[in-house]
Design a protein. Sequence first.
Length: 390
Amino acid sequence: MKRAFLFLGSPLPVAAAAMALVAATYGLVRLAYGLLLPDVQAELGLGVAAAGAASAGASVVYCLCAAVGFVLAARLPRALVAAAATGAAVGAVGMATAGDATVFACSAILASSGAGLASPALVALLQRDRAAAPHPRLQTVVNAGTGPGLVAAAALAMLLPDWRLVWLVAAVVAVAAAVATLLLHRPASAGGSDAALAPSARWLAAHVSAIAGALLLGVGSAAAWSFGRSILVDAGASDTASLVAWVGIGVGGTVVVATARPLERLGPRGAWLLTAGATGAATAALAAGASVTALSLVACVVFGWGYTAASGALIGWTASIDPGRAAAGTAMLFVVLVLGQAVGAAAIGVVAEGVGLAVAFAAAAVVTAGGAAAALVARAPRHAARVAAD
C-alpha cells in the first residue's frame, strides 16, 4: 500500500486540523490578548480598567457567538467553522493595524467571535465525521489545542520584532486551519432530526451543577487570562521571563493530550474537581509568589493544564448527561464559562486599580475553588437515558 494512503479512514488528519483551529482561535487570538497586553498598553495607552472592559466585551461577543453555535451547530457545523475563521482573522488583522486603543479594543472584541463559534461547530463536526465519531476522546484532544496555540503565541512574541506581527500570523493560521478542517471532514450519514436534539427543561435541570461550576471557573480564571503577564511584570519579571511563563501556560495546556486517558477514568465530575481545583491553586500561587520566578513558572504550567483540562471535563460532563446533545451542551457550558470571564475581567480590572493585582488574584482563587466544589454536589447522571428521551 502506498504511503499516500496510510491515513485513509484515520481520524488523525481531521482531528489535527480541528486542533489547529482551536489553537488559532483560542491560543493565538482570544487568549493571546493577555500575553500581548503590556506591549499594547505601552504603545497605545490602554489603561488597566479599559483593558478589563475590552476583555469583558470580548467575552460577551464570545457568548453571543457560542449561543449561535448552540442553535445552529447540529445543522450547519461547516458554515460555523468558516465563520469562526473569518471572525478571528478579521479581528486579528484589526488589532495588528490599530492606530489607537479604541480600534484595538473593538478589534479584540470582534476577534473573540472565532473561538465562540469554533467550539460547538467542532464538537458537532467530529460527531458527524466518519473516522472521528467512534473516538469520543478526540474531543478532549482537539479542545487541548489551546495549549499549543499559547506556546506558539509566546514564541512568536519572542521571535518577531513587533507585537502587531503576531496578530497577522494568527489571522493566517486561523484561515489555513479552517480550510484544512473543511477539506478533511468526511460527513457520516445523517442522524436524528434536529428537533430531537432540542434541549428540554429536564436537560437544563441536569446541568445545574455544571453550569454553576463553569460560571465560577470563568470568573476566577479571568485573572490569569487577562492579567497573568501583567502581574508578573508588575512584580519585577523581565519581558523574557514573563513570556516564558506564558509559554508555561501553553505547555500545561498541551500536556492535557497526554493526561486525557487517566482523566477519562476519573469520570467528568472527578476530572472537574481535580482540574478546576488545580486552576484555583495556581491562581493563588500567582497571587502569593509572582515575584518568585520558579514558583510563578510552575503556577503558570499548572494553570494551563488545569484550565484546559477543566474545559475538556465540561465536554465530558454534558456528554455523560446526554450524548445526543453534546454539541448543544458544550456550547451552553462554554457560554457560561466565558460569561463568567466577562464578569471576572471587568471586576478584576476595577479591584486591581483599587487594591492591586495580588489581592484581585487571591479573590479570584477563592472563586475558582468554589467552582471546583460544584462537582461535590452534582448528582450522577443516572437518568441520562430519560433526559435524552425528552
